[in-house]
Design a binder for this molecule. Structure first.
Ligand SMILES: Cc1cc2nc3c(=O)[nH]c(=O)nc-3n(C[C@H](O)[C@H](O)[C@H](O)COP(=O)(O)OP(=O)(O)OC[C@H]3O[C@@H](n4cnc5c(N)ncnc54)[C@H](O)[C@@H]3O)c2cc1C
Ligand code: SF4
Length: 509
């Protein structure tokens, strides 16, 4: 049953076997796995419930309803997250990417994680892919934007691939980032969460978990607040007492909740080791009307410059076709007023790529005196160098595909009309607050590992310090898990569910 805020008029005390905080990639898997195992499951989800026609394709409504944008303290990088029932999978690009085998091997070898070899993990990836209906995008599904990237990459002899995605019978409307009105994107509100509900789970929407209490060294109770979705005012307190508590609130909110609770930080590493996979956008203008906003927005990636090996994990960068809607584009590209308007009048002729740079841990999430997250992150010199090379390669690809101009998202409009001019990126460099930088795949703030001194959770994602407290979201990865992390998180959650259910009597008596 989904419990809506309107139905809650006073304080509530609820008991359950399992309380899950967050209903995104990780929370959805856990809700289904635990409920289908016959356990009494309560999910607390801060965001509201949107599906079908609620997803009205109007950026003004949907960005406000489904998104949360935060910035690093120096305002250099924008971090984008979902805040809605279903979390990231409801609003994401539907790219299904596995953790590469060398990364899994590295987690075993370098970080001492057992049971994480490719052979052990493949069945969990397969399970998630099956439930999400994942399949490769076919060439005839590439929209003009992505086709331009493919054409340019192929002309230059660069390798690339169509994404695997979780869409079925997609009609190519192009609104994926605002949620799929037509139910074609197979986000978890169409599969995992209905299965959890069918098995008896209770999901409280518009309900924010504030802190976790422990008793006798065990996680014991979640203290939460029901929020009025219209006014955002606090409506009623709610407490959930549970045998097992699972944090699935994403890389920023999970350490925030732990720090607000003052628990599980014996290592001093809660909030540390933040990975952002910094992105920037490079745009191109063509002579013809591409109407890049139609069709699947992201379907092709140039993979020539990424590498995965068992010692370093993922390195290099990717250049991915990726278009978005006019409101979002206008906040990313340079210029204000008439200048911006002039660029936006060329929206029909525009193609975009997202440049995604792999990073090492370089930041942290702490909380300020109001309990709100403060995100600090420094772009390392190697990441800056990779970003510069990536932007130049993106320009090369677009010019090879026939672009008339390429635009970088510097604060000062930077548009070039010939590939010979790409060195302008070397001149501009990556100075603070001069280039649009974004993050969509935050990871690492509660890393897993066998040693309580150097990790927050154990290899099966249970807190080293607080029994029966699991952290199951993107925060647990010790290095970047993949170029896109929905599937890696889901596979890890399936693995942890297996572990808990195998040891069921230890957790549920
Ligand atoms: C625009 C965008 C596009 C993306 N595209 C892709 C893609 O194509 N492929 C891919 O693999 N990845 C993609 N990602 C990334 C991916 O979706 C996320 O990394 C992933 O969903 C993170 O999973 P999670 O379980 O850690 O958290 P989330 O999926 O973010 O779920 C966390 C949930 O917890 C809730 N929550 C937070 N705090 C609280 C609280 N205090 N109380 C209760 N609930 C709370 C949030 O509302 C949210 O629903 C994209 C992300 C974005 C933002
Ligand atoms: S492009 Fe396909 S998956 Fe995306 S919103 Fe439209 S119908 Fe849904």
């Amino acid at each position: 049953m989904i419990i809506y805020p309107e139905t809650i008029t006073g304080s509530r005390n609820v008991t359950a076997d399992v309380c899950i905080i967050g209903s995104g990639s990780a929370g959805s898997v856990m809700a289904m796995e635990m409920a289908e195992a016959g356990l009494d499951v309560v999910v607390l989800e801060e965001g509201g419930h949107y599906s079908g026609a609620d997803l009205n394709q109007d950026e003004r409504d949907m960005l406000a309803a489904l998104y949360r944008q935060r910035y690093t303290k120096d305002l250099n990088i924008a971090l984008t997250q979902a805040v809605c029932l279903g979390g990231g999978p409801l609003i994401n690009m539907a790219d299904c990417v596995r953790t590469p085998d060398p990364v899994l091997a590295m987690w075993g070898k370098k970080f001492g994680i057992p049971d994480i070899s490719p052979d052990r993990m493949h069945p969990y990836f397969e399970k998630a892919e099956e439930i999400l209906n994942a399949a490769a995008i076919t060439d005839d599904q590439l929209n003009p934007n992505n086709l331009m990237v493919k054409t340019g990459a192929e002309k230059l002899g660069y390798s690339g691939e169509n994404f695997v995605n979780n869409r079925v019978d997609c009609i190519g409307c192009g609104f994926c980032l605002l949620g799929c009105t037509y139910g074609r994107k197979q986000s978890t509100i169409l599969n995992y969460l209905p299965r959890a509900l069918e098995a008896g789970a209770s999901i409280y929407v518009s309900t924010r978990a504030d802190r976790i209490e422990q008793k006798d060294g065990r996680a014991y109770r979640v203290v939460a607040t029901v929020i009025d979705p219209k006014t955002k005012k606090e409506r009623a307190p709610i407490e959930v007492t549970a045998s097992v508590i699972m944090l699935a609130a994403n890389t920023v909110n999970t350490p925030q909740i732990l720090q607000a609770s003052g628990i599980a930080d014996g290592s001093g590493l809660v909030g540390k080791n933040l990975l952002l996979q910094p992105h920037t956008m490079v745009s191109a203008f063509f002579d013809e009307d591409l109407k890049s906003y139609r069709g699947i927005p992201q379907s092709y990636a140039c993979t020539r410059f990424e590498d995965a090996d068992e010692d370093r994990g993922l390195s290099g960068f990717r250049i991915e076709g990726g278009f978005t809607l006019p409101g979002q584009v206008s906040t990313i590209i340079p210029g204000f007023g008439p200048e911006l308007k002039a660029l936006m009048t060329r929206y029909n002729k525009m193609a975009n790529v997202m440049v995604l740079v792999y990073d090492e841990p370089a930041g942290e999430v702490s909380v300020n005196r109001h309990g709100r997250p403060v995100i600090t992150y420094s772009l390392s010199e190697p990441v800056k160098a990779r970003m510069i090379t990536a932007m130049k390669e993106a320009a090369r690809i677009f010019f090879a595909a026939g672009a008339k101009q390429v635009m970088f998202t510097y604060e000062v409009p930077t548009i070039i009309d010939d590939v010979s001019k790409i060195s302008i990126v070397d001149e501009r460099g990556i100075q603070p607050n001069t280039l649009t930088l974004m993050s969509f795949h935050m990871q690492g703030t509660c890393r897993m590992g066998p040693n309580p001194a150097s990790s927050v959770v154990n290899p099966y994602l249970e807190s080293h310090d607080v029994k029966n407290l699991f952290i199951v979201d993107a925060s647990v990865t010790p290095s970047t898990a993949a170029s896109h992390n929905m599937l890696p998180i889901m596979a890890m959650a399936h693995r942890t569910a297996d572990y808990i259910l195998t040891n069921r009597t230890r957790y549920f008596g």
